[in-house]
Design a protein. Structure first.
Length: 115
């Protein structure tokens, strides 16, 4: 059974930094992409960043230049370095792994940015 576990969330002041990590266990198979999503209270879940197996990355416009996604293919881990955090970055952050056969989600980790 595949399990994803996020860590690294917490409370930080505006302008600060946090790094989220996601570790996957179990038999995932071939991975197409590893992503981070977030969901703020009262809002829809949105895609924050993607890291593809071929090496390219994509970011939401709202986080470009501030967030960096990186992955370790051998360890099936993905991280999200967040800097210059803003109050609008407050949300539950979810790790997602898109494999050829299925999509897997972590339970989420709370990030709260105080202004």
């Amino acid at each position: 059974q595949v399990q994803l576990v996020e860590s690294g969330g917490g409370l930080v002041q505006a302008g600060g930094s946090l790094t989220l990590s996601c570790a996957a266990s179990g038999s995932i198979g071939s991975i197409k992409a590893m992503r981070w999503y977030r969901q703020a209270p009262g809002k829809q879940r949105e895609l924050v960043a993607s890291a593809y197996t071929v090496g390219n990355t994509n970011y939401a416009d709202s986080v470009k230049g501030r967030f960096t996604i990186s992955r370790d293919n051998a360890k099936n881990t993905v991280s999200l370095q967040m800097s210059s955090l803003k109050s609008e970055d407050t949300a539950v952050y979810y790790c997602n792994i898109q494999a050829l056969s299925a999509s897997y989600w972590g339970p989420g980790t709370q990030v709260t940015v105080s202004s």
